[in-house]
Design a protein around this ligand. Structure first.
Ligand code: MF3
Ligand code: CO
Length: 256
C-alpha cells in the first residue's frame, strides 16, 4: 500500500530531509584527501543529533541471518563499492577517489534519505563523467514523478539515460517510498518499462536513487554482510533525494 502523506506528515518529512541536506552540505565541505570515513561518520552523527534527529541507519537490521545491524550513521562507499560501505578509521580518502555517502535522518517519527557521490581532490575525467551521469539520471527520472505517470516511467527514464551513456544500473537494489518507515511502497527500480507499475499521486514521498556502475552491472557482497562492490572492479556512483509529488513539478526535499 502506498501511503499518501497528510500536510502534517509532509512538514515532518521536510524537517528530516532538511537535516539530511545539512549533513551533505558539511560532507561536501570536509571531504578532502586524508580524512577517514569514520571521521565523516562522527561529524554526520553530531549534525543529526544537534538538530534533534536520530541517525536512522545506525542499528538498522540486516535482512540476513547472522549479519550484524548496520553500525554507522552514514554508508560510505569508495570507488568500486556501490552502496552500504561501513565507515572505518582505516579508510582514509585519497585524491582521485570517489566516495558515495548515503544517510537517513529520523525526527518526530519521519525519515529523510539522500545520497551523493563526492570526488576527492582531483579525479579522472571518467570518474567525473560517471558521477555527473548518475546525478543527471535522477533528474531524468523525476521528470516523470507527477500525477498521470507510473513508477515504471521513472524507472525507464533512469535506465535509458544510464545505458545511453554507456553505463549500467544496479538491478538488485532500488528506490522506495519513505515516511514513517525508511523503506515503504512502492519499490522504484532504476530500470523498467514505461507505463507500468503503480500510478503516481500527489502526496507521495519517494526516495529515488540511481546506483550506476561504469562497467558491467554485476555486484557482489563482501564478508561483512553489508558492503556491495562491483564484480568487475569498476567504479560506481550513487545519487539519491527524497522528493514530494505535487500537482506540478516534484519538490526535492533533500536539497536546501
Ligand atoms: N539509505 C539507504 C537507502 O537508500 C538504506 C541504507 S541501508 C542501512 O535505501 F542499513 F544503511 F540503513
Ligand atoms: Co539512501
Amino acid at each position: 500500500m502506498i501511503e499518501i502523506k497528510s500536510k502534517r506528515e509532509i512538514e515532518l518529512i521536510k524537517e528530516a530531509c532538511r537535516i539530511v541536506a545539512l549533513v551533505h552540505k558539511k560532507m561536501e565541505e570536509i571531504i578532502k584527501p586524508g580524512i577517514s570515513t569514520y571521521e565523516l561518520d562522527q561529524i554526520a552523527e553530531s549534525i543529526i543529533r544537534e538538530n534533534g534527529g536520530i541517525p536512522a541507519q545506525k542499528g538498522y537490521p540486516s535482512y540476513q541471518k547472522g549479519v550484524m545491524d548496520f553500525p554507522s550513521t552514514i554508508c560510505a562507499s569508495v570507488n568500486d563499492e556501490v552502496i552500504h560501505g561501513i565507515p572505518s578509521k582505516r579508510v582514509h580518502l585519497k585524491t582521485g577517489d570517489i566516495v558515495s555517502i548515503d544517510l537517513v535522518a529520523l525526527k518526530n517519527g519521519y525519515h529523510g534519505d539522500a545520497a551523493r557521490t563526492y570526488i576527492v581532490g582531483e579525479a579522472s575525467s571518467e570518474a567525473k563523467r560517471l558521477v555527473e551521469v548518475t546525478r543527471q539520471a535522477f533528474f531524468e527520472g523525476i521528470k516523470f514523478a507527477k500525477p498521470g505517470y507510473r513508477i515504471g516511467d521513472i524507472s525507464h527514464a533512469i535506465g535509458e539515460y544510464v545505458s545511453k551513456n554507456g553505463y549500467s544500473v544496479v538491478k538488485e537494489f532500488q528506490g522506495h517510498g519513505i515516511g514513517l518507515k525508511m523503506h515503504e511502497d512502492p519499490g522504484i527500480p532504476n530500470y523498467g518499462k514505461e507505463g507500468r507499475g503503480p500510478r503516481i499521486e500527489k502526496g507521495m514521498t519517494l526516495a529515488i536513487e540511481p546506483m550506476v556502475i561504469a562497467g558491467k552491472s554485476d555486484i557482489c557482497e563482501l564478508e561483512d554482510g553489508w558492503t556491495i562492490v562491483t564484480e568487475d572492479g569498476s567504479l560506481s556512483a550513487h545519487y539519491e533525494n527524497t522528493i514530494l509529488v505535487t500537482e506540478n513539478e516534484p519538490k526535492v526535499l533533500t536539497i536546501l
